[in-house]
Design a protein around this ligand. Structure first.
Ligand code: ATP
Ligand code: ZN
Ligand code: MG
Ligand code: MG
Length: 470
């Protein structure tokens, strides 16, 4: 990226979350990810630079070895000319959803440059081939079993399903989604199909579809956006039925959606090639610790012809869902068990504020930090060191509960000689694919009290609303 040649006209608004805003380059497969801040927060250029470097280090030294080399792209921090930034900020403003405009794009001079994961990663030389990409924000895929939990409902109904009630009550979404993360993470194909179907029908901000890098389906965040599954099927049909032409052809939308779900399930369960390495790095957390189904899930096992639909997880150890779940499960104490440890550290810091850097609460995110994450012991010896380790594991887990999985698929051309591992087959066509995980920023330490309050708010609201229904 040459600073003197930066032209805002070559960049388009791509999307944003609560913490960052992303623009994509019109031709090449890169995006710029900018931080966002409330207007009254004045961050110095140096602070922004440091923050971006922390994000990069965390991706590179923590999430990459944890989740797998191929899945994580840590990107690089780039310096950009101020006039470019100002024009770009103006240019994208009109494309931003109103609900996200409370925060402003940071224009102090630095951004993260990343590969555009909605375009294919494995074959960068094939930039202009047709491609579509599904982004899934799966959320937390397990039910906690911590002894610190005070409300039994948390051991029966998953966080996502409980949170739905509060979100609908607050008007964030119109309807309750029938997606339950535990169905997606079950490894059971029928439950996964059910989960993906519900994600497609009520996407909220958990599913987006991009075609040739452009968003074609999914809520543009909080905006009410009419989603038409038939139209999506129509848009994706040429990918699945290349021979039958663009518009007509006998396949009904239902068949296309079924094919899509089938291919997504295959990719999500696909064993990655760098399994061995990642498995050796982190100790494996037994998946059977908690329950593997959620009482609020709409999936009815008796309707399916599999007796084993709710039995132990069948996730292959190298697949993206398994790895994501392992990272999420670093939250072993639940916020209720963690909050007292946070208070222990806070009390200590009140007395010894200069110790904050020794505790490595804000990085550096390096080998030492990674090594400490491996300590899964739950024996509290009353030390600050124990508290800090659990806090850091919790923060990593929260990050994994909030990340997005990107699945990019492009039709394989017969005469291409490809690595067979990158080819995925549906009944009618073959795809080359790439899978990545994005949005891997470490959640802030300061967020913990907020998480604690939110947890009880979600649970209490859920209990109230199911009582009303009874
Ligand atoms: P959240 O509120 O979920 O924490 P965030 O503010 O951290 O989100 P991101 O999730 O990183 O922001 O980015 C917002 C959106 O931009 C993503 O959901 C995705 O659609 C898109 N995006 C981000 N990074 C990339 C990338 N490297 N390639 C393609 N699209 C991307
Ligand atoms: Zn659930
Ligand atoms: Mg984020
Ligand atoms: Mg995000």
């Amino acid at each position: 990226m040459e600073p003197e040649k930066m032209d805002e006209n070559e960049w388009n608004y791509h999307g944003e979350g609560n913490k960052s805003l992303v623009v994509s380059h019109a031709q090449s497969c890169v995006v710029l990810r900018f931080l966002k801040f409330l207007p009254n927060i004045n961050k110095s250029t140096e602070e922004v630079y440091q923050h971006l470097h922390n994000i990069l280090d965390f991706g590179k030294h923590i999430m990459k070895p944890f989740l797998g080399e191929n899945y994580v792209h840590h990107g690089e921090v780039v310096k950009l000319p101020l006039d470019f930034l100002k024009s770009l900020c103006l240019k994208v403003q009109s494309d931003r959803p109103e609900s996200r405009c409370e925060k402003e794009m940071d224009v102090s001079g630095y951004a993260m440059c990343l590969p555009n994961l909605t375009r294919l990663q494995t074959f960068p030389f094939l930039e202009c081939r047709p491609i579509f990409c599904i982004e899934i924000k799966p959320k937390c895929g397990f039910i906690p079993s911590s002894a610190h939990i005070t409300n039994e409902i948390k051991k029966k109904v998953c966080r996502f399903c409980m949170h739905q009630h509060l979100k609908v009550a607050k008007g964030k979404w119109k309807r309750i989604s029938k997606y339950c993360p535990l169905d997606l993470f079950s490894g059971n194909k029928q439950r996964m199909h059910f989960a993906l179907m519900n994600l497609l029908q009520e996407s909220q901000n958990n599913l987006k579809v991009f075609k040739n890098g452009e968003l074609i389906y999914g809520c543009r965040d909080d905006q009410e956006h009419f989603l038409d599954l038939n139209e999506l099927a129509h848009n994706l049909k040429p990918f699945f039925y290349p021979a039958s032409g663009l518009i007509s052809g006998p396949q009904c939308p239902k068949t296309v959606v079924k094919e899509l779900i089938h291919i997504l399930t295959t990719v999500l369960l696909n064993n990655s090639t760098d399994t061995a390495r990642a498995a050796n790095i982190m100790p494996i957390i037994p998946l059977s610790q908690g329950r593997n189904y959620c009482e609020a899930s709409h999936f009815c096992p008796h309707l399916s012809n599999s007796k084993h639909a709710t039995e132990a997880t069948g996730l292959p150890k190298g697949c993206i869902l398994y790895k994501t779940l392992q990272a999420q499960m670093l939250d072993m104490l639940d916020i209720e068990g963690l909050y007292p440890l946070y208070k222990r550290v806070e009390k200590y810091l009140e007395e010894f504020p200069e110790e904050r850097s020794t505790l490595l609460l804000d990085g550096p995110y390096d080998e030492t930090f990674f090594e400490k994450l491996k300590d899964l012991s739950l024996e509290d010896d009353g030390t600050i060191s124990y508290a800090v380790t659990k806090i850091q594991q919790y923060r990593v887990a929260m990050t994994a509960k909030d990340c997005s999985i990107m699945i990019a698929l492009s039709p394989a051309v017969q005469e291409e000689c490809l690595d067979p591992r990158s080819v995925i087959r549906s009944t009618t066509s073959s795809f080359i694919h790439s899978v990545s995980i994005l949005d891997l920023d470490l959640k802030p330490y300061e967020n913990i009290p907020h998480q604690y309050k939110r947890d009880s708010k979600i649970v209490n609201h859920y209990l109230k609303s199911i009582k009303v229904q009874e």
